[in-house]
Every structure is written in structure tokens, then in C-alpha cells.
Design a protein. Structure first.
Length: 151
């Protein structure tokens, strides 16, 4: 089976500073993959390269067996590849559900938006429980739960 997303021998530099050195990974269709590492390990640089925001010096990025290495960010986004803001970078004045609905605003995403929302809630049931809460209230509740569990 071919990979849904494949990164091969990616090198990325910021000026003379190398951020990624020969990074390779494969994501099979239907799988969820996490990228973990210490601060400064290159996680964000890898995601930015896949999204077309940063241009690698060498290597190849394939999505559904098509080379997307030289595409512009908007072209990559139109293929269905995007980033999810972390932590406090969501829209704090919107509810959890409204934040998720933001992904369905693109014309190509509208038709499947309701089905996809159901899939997200099935995968992450705590989001369904908090759909009308603001992200700030969810963070505060998670923080309280973490502190209680540690005590």
C-alpha cells in the first residue's frame, strides 16, 4: 500500500542554520500520526514545509502519490492539507463547535462539513461534551482536572 503522505530526505534551512536534516516519514491512509520532540527539534519546521510555508533545500513531499514539494501554500491547502493552531491560538471568542466549523468555510469543504464534524466528535468525545464552551473555559477545566489528578 502506498503512503497517504510521504516525506523523503527533507532538508530545511533558515539562512545558514539547518532546521531539518534528511527527515523522512510516511503516513498511511486512515492513520493518525503524532510528531513529538523537544523544543527546537524541528516539529513546526516540518509542518510548515509540508504546508508549503517553508521551502526545503532538498527532499520530496508527496501527498496521495503526487509531488507537492514546489506548490504554493494555497495550492496545498486546496488539496486538503492544513494546520491546526495549537493552544491559545484558536479563536477564543468562539465556542469549540464554532472553532471546528471554521474548517468548513472553504467551498470545497462545505459539502462534507456535517459528516466531518460527526467524525471529529466520534474521535474526540470530550469535544462533543464541550461543543458550546469557549476554548478558554475548556483550557481552564483541563487545567483544574490536571491539578486535581496530580494532588
Amino acid at each position: 500500500m502506498s503512503a497517504f503522505l510521504r516525506v523523503e530526505k527533507l532538508d530545511l534551512y533558515y539562512g545558514d542554520a539547518q532546521a531539518l536534516a534528511r527527515v523522512s516519514l510516511e503516513v498511511p491512509k486512515g492513520e493518525i500520526v503524532a510528531i513529538v520532540g523537544a523544543n527546537g527539534a524541528g516539529k513546526s519546521s516540518l509542518i510548515r514545509a509540508i504546508a508549503g510555508i517553508e521551502k526545503p533545500r532538498c527532499g520530496k513531499i508527496q501527498f496521495e502519490n503526487k509531488d507537492i514539494s514546489g506548490l504554493e501554500p494555497h495550492q496545498i491547502c486546496n488539496l486538503g492539507i492544513g494546520q491546526v493552531a495549537e493552544g491559545r491560538q484558536v479563536f477564543p471568542s468562539l465556542s469549540v463547535e464554532e472553532n471546528l466549523e471554521m474548517g468548513g468555510l472553504l467551498r470545497r469543504a462545505r459539502a462534507a462539513a456535517k459528516r466531518k464534524m460527526g467524525e471529529v466528535y466520534a474521535m474526540f468525545p470530550q469535544l462533543a461534551e464541550r461543543r458550546t464552551s469557549s476554548p478558554a473555559r475548556c483550557r481552564a477545566a483541563s487545567s483544574r482536572c490536571s491539578r486535581s489528578a496530580a494532588a
